[in-house]
Write a protein that binds this ligand. Sequence first.
Ligand SMILES: [Fe+2]
Length: 201
Amino acid sequence: MKRHPALIPLSRDHHNGLVQALRLRRAAADGDASARLVAASEFGEFFRNEERVHLRDEEEELFPLLLRHVPSQPALLREARVQHVQLQGFARKLEIAVAAGIVDRETLEATGELLDAHIRLEERQLFPLIEELVPDDELRRLGLADRDAPAPFGACARPSRASRSRVVAQTDVPHSCQRGAARTQAFGGSPWPGESHYPGT
Ligand SMILES: [Fe+2]
């Protein structure tokens, strides 16, 4: 399946997500208590450092583009967004389990299955729908390709994934960039934006 260049950064993230999903399911099926703890702990790190930013990029940048070209929210998009919330819930549950030192098979397996199903939904159905309905020039303006690149000196570039995965101090960025930084700060504790992009939900 040929992916639009603008979506390739997200598809790369999906590859990493599928690796995590497989590890979770394997640990649930075959792992002992310590293997489950390790898998859950690694997943927590992945979620904090990569997945939160990935989900936010989709919610804030990509999905609103699709909404401009449909009369109402497609069922597929609604399902993907529900899964985002469920994934966040599982990540929180596993975080608590890791802190307690006991990770049960069921939660590990359910998290792995949901992550796997979610990624396949986006790759096989939602992204093709976006590629079909959103004009090429709008997708090209998405600008996710540079999200891991360091900002050139003095430039107001999109904050890198690393900086967006932690709370960004407003003093770290030029004044003209502070609006974006403030938004990042606002989501420092939670990856979820307001619901304003999604009327009728
Ligand atoms: Fe995704």
